[in-house]
Design a protein around this ligand. Structure first.
Ligand code: 5GP
Ligand code: ZN
Length: 133
């Protein structure tokens, strides 16, 4: 994809702060970090999101997520991370080249994700599971 910013970054055509690269995966610092070492891990090939990325590519990307969190723990003492993927506009995806965020977290960093929960929906669980059969 010639216009995709993450494709350009993976090809070295746009500036990035690389933390890892191999033949199929690229990882770099997020330009608008929510914490230090906020990192994006992408396949070099263009896939829009979790729905179209082939499983073997996804596994390669996830293996690099694992490699980096271990590196960050060893080198930086980071022991708390959130791994986030948004797939689809209504799921708050903004860049449509599949990526995982690694977001290092600390107590009191003010970045808590707050989800409204619906325990009353438990009464629908039987029917929900049934629909998948
Ligand atoms: P999304 O909302 O799609 O999950 O996340 C997109 C992320 O890409 C955002 O956190 C945003 O800061 C980051 N981003 C967007 N454009 C660029 C860019 O040109 N360079 C880098 N390093 N990050 C970018
Ligand atoms: Zn792309």
């Amino acid at each position: 994809m010639s216009t995709c910013i993450f494709c350009k970054i993976a090809r070295g055509e746009a500036r990035s702060w690389k933390v890892y690269e191999d033949e199929s995966v690229y990882a770099f610092l997020d330009i608008n970090p929510v914490s230090e070492y906020h990192t994006l891990v992408i396949p070099k090939a263009h896939y829009e999101n979790i729905f179209d990325v082939p499983e073997h590519e996804l596994l390669r990307v996830m293996a690099v997520v694992k490699k980096l969190v271990v590196l960050y723990r060893e080198r930086l003492g980071i022991n708390h991370v959130q791994i986030i993927n948004s797939s689809g506009r209504e799921a708050q995806q903004d860049v449509f080249h599949m990526h995982f965020h690694i977001v290092p977290r600390k107590a009191g960093d003010g970045q808590n994700v707050v989800w409204r929960t619906h325990p009353e929906w438990r009464e629908k669980f039987d029917a929900m599971v049934e629909r998948l059969k």
